[in-house]
Design a protein around this ligand. Sequence first.
Ligand SMILES: Cc1cc2nc3c(=O)[nH]c(=O)nc-3n(C[C@H](O)[C@H](O)[C@H](O)COP(=O)(O)OP(=O)(O)OC[C@H]3O[C@@H](n4cnc5c(N)ncnc54)[C@H](O)[C@@H]3O)c2cc1C
Ligand code: SF4
Length: 575
Amino acid sequence: MTATPHPDTDGARHRAEGRPRGLLRPTGPVVDCDIAVIGSGMGGATLAYALRGTGARVLVVERGDFLPREWQNWSAPAVFTAGRYRNAEPWYDAGADRYFDPGVHYYVGGNTKVFGATLPRFREADFGPVEHAEGVSRGWPFPYGVLEPHYARAERLYRVHGARGADPTDPWRSGEYPWPAVAHEPPVASLAESLRAQGLKPFALPTGVDLRADGACLRCATCDGFPCLVEAKSDADVCALRPALAAGNVSLLTRTTVTRLVTGPSGRRVTTALAQYEGRELRIQAGRFVLACGAVNTAALLLRSEPGALRTGPVRETGLANGSGQAGRNYMVHNSTFLMAVDPRRADEVVFQKTLGVNDWYLGNGTHGPLGNVQALGKLRAPSAGGLWPRAPRPLLAAATRRSMDLYLTSEDLPVPDNRVTVGPRERVEVHWRPVNLPPHRELVRRATAMMRRAGFPLVFTRRMGIAVNSHQCGTAVAGEDPATSVVGPDCKAHELDNLWVADSSWFPSSAAVNPALTIAANALRIAPMVAGIADVAEEMEVPYGPGAGDPRDGGSAGPCPTGGPRGDRGTAGP
Ligand SMILES: Cc1cc2nc3c(=O)[nH]c(=O)nc-3n(C[C@H](O)[C@H](O)[C@H](O)COP(=O)(O)OP(=O)(O)OC[C@H]3O[C@@H](n4cnc5c(N)ncnc54)[C@H](O)[C@@H]3O)c2cc1C
Ligand code: SF4
């Protein structure tokens, strides 16, 4: 299939208009390309990056727009109290029969625009079946070794700083981290010391921020949950999509929501993605399609679509790629808890807090099975803590967060068929989710609480997250060898279609218990040659951020901090 370059993809014209190169503004009803990637978050943007320079005309279709760079990016009241960047429609909690505001963000770069940039690899054991208190999490259709080289590439692409060997559960790796670990600030270092005295093995979290010698990161207090005003956070927009757009063969269509996929008469090939663009219908025609809408929206799109002819009638039960009935099922998020440990005698000293992790209970310990991961949070302040403890008076929260260390605890959620996404009346997104595997999570909370008390924090407050905190969502189109129990194969191509892949977290057979974004990125790099139908992508094009390499970011990227902003030390040495 050949793609006709749209007259409005001319780079010079876009630069003159202050828009990134490759931004498409269609005037007609049809857009043509070779590969349509739907969604520009971690999966979609990384895939587009890997497809640059392949010769294929790649179109990334994104329902959101660019997240504006403005002073509110770093305002806690704007971000947390006013919810300035929360732009997703309400989803329906099928168990509670009410709507909720999901923790997803529709922007170029997806959820990574506000993520905490903690970028660990999954543990090697996560790739096999793991026995938990309430069941077995599925094994993956390939071992860790298959993904390892792509993890290494993703770490370079996303500027990951880390310390090899510091985390006893780390999987083997073929090389060093591309950059040394982000140093702990003194209060975090002293907590680490205290944990070591308890016999634990705290480590420096692998982190994607630009703390290279000439990097723009200021180590500010407004990172986790905030957009980065100076674009120094390793989000998918800055690190992957913009270099992809600069390559010439990748275009981006923003403010365009794909509503349905349509197949040809055989039902084996998707021919068209129907989309809403500025109040009108757009038909996106491509030879190959990739879904990267985030696990829930990818499932909803499959369920809204159907094999065969174009249709406008009610939603069918079966959906597309769903002969197994598995599309939308096995929805997982992590069981997660926020922990605020307060020492009333402490002074307010920490700026960039999110540097410490503890995995001593990740794989199990003593008589208990796997419990999960403990990691520092971005520093809680009254506006963010107010979302967790809404009844607490703000002055009290302000006082507590000035004296606290804050942690995020995650345990594995298990894939069960009844935890699922469906599409309901008026096409609403419905989430059916009952927490599974809670006993190990409670044990993790108990141990982390005791750990912090022993470290000198007499007051420990915890809040377990519910259905709305779904930032680590995955499953819904799980990968496997058997078409009866999975939606896509090991290569992430739909079993029932010849030209449809998934590249977001929907293919995860299990959720593990660490942050998912690096695994999504590594897999997108892995499947890119299969999506492109070529042997491999050019390795020499893969290391734009490697030592000595130029910065591929085009105009409008990191600049000096307009406000100065709160900042801490710029240390880059590992602890
Ligand atoms: C506050 C917060 C902190 C986080 N911290 C971390 C962290 O520290 N480490 C980590 O690993 N992970 C973190 N995450 C999670 C991480 O951001 C996600 O796992 C990751 O972004 C998921 O990638 P994805 O490609 O699956 O989906 P997303 O990144 O969500 O991207 C999906 C994209 O598809 C678009 N889209 C959806 N539907 C359609 C449609 N129908 N048509 C067109 N476009 C569509 C969306 O607008 C979005 O841009 C965090 C998330 C949040 C919200
Ligand atoms: S400047 Fe602040 S928001 Fe940006 S990456 Fe660094 S710590 Fe994060």
